[in-house]
Design a protein around this ligand. Structure first.
Ligand code: ATP
Ligand code: MG
Length: 194
């Protein structure tokens, strides 16, 4: 499951848990993006912060791991590179790429994504406020997951406005955000929202 994870929240975690259960996955690898090219104009927190929050959020679940492939690769992150790297690391694994309805719609709009569908089976999950559509592709599965009307953008704005993010993100992530003063300056966040 790729994402900016700025910060990781319970929408991500529920989606991952549900897909793992339904598709009987051995493991879910969370892959925080390096420079997300769709969000380049917006300020994204340092990769190390996003990586560590993802580690904190997933640490208790033996099925969940976090990969540095995208944050250690220089330049903007493209999903095709993520999948190629994971394929190389796990040559015998059957790969699934978990994505929310909004991100799936974006992926489907990419022109030359043919190799993507060969590298992984895509699982699109429901997300409140977005329409889930496989556009007729048989290599994409759609799954309804418990509805979590949570976005990282909203979490950042809440912190900036001194409103609580308790119960939207894991407790350890609430504390990590406070410890490093993340998202305190709303002027630096231009509503990334992708
Ligand atoms: P931002 O608001 O910064 O874009 P986000 O909440 O959309 O953050 P991302 O890191 O962009 O989080 O999303 C990573 C992946 O998780 C995407 O595939 C996205 O569709 C999915 N996702 C995010 N939030 C939810 C949610 N509440 N329910 C289901 N899927 C989600
Ligand atoms: Mg997003």
């Amino acid at each position: 499951m790729g994402g900016t994870f700025d910060p990781i929240h319970h929408g991500h975690l529920v989606a991952a848990s549900e897909v793992a259960s339904v598709f009987k996955l051995d493991e879910v690898i969370f892959v925080p993006t390096g420079e997300p090219w769709q969000k380049a104009k917006n300020k994204v927190s340092a990769a190390e912060h996003r990586y560590l929050m993802t580690v904190i959020a997933t640490a208790a679940n033996p099925q969940f791991t976090v990969s540095r492939v995208d944050i250690d690769r220089p330049g903007p992150t493209f999903t095709i590179d993520t999948l190629r790297d994971l394929r190389e690391m796990r040559p015998d694994a059957e790969l699934f790429f978990i994505t929310g309805a909004d991100a799936l719609a974006q992926i489907m709009s990419w022109k030359d994504s043919d190799e993507l569908w060969e590298l992984a089976h895509f699982v699109g999950v429901t997300r409140p406020g977005h329409v889930l559509d496989d556009m007729g592709r048989s290599d994409v599965s759609l799954l309804e997951v418990p509805a979590m009307a949570i976005s990282s953008t909203d979490c950042r704005q809440r912190v900036g406005a001194q409103n609580p993010v308790w119960y939207l993100v894991p407790d350890g992530v609430v504390q990590y955000i406070a410890k490093y003063g993340l998202y305190m300056d709303p002027a630096t966040d231009h509503d990334a929202g992708t």
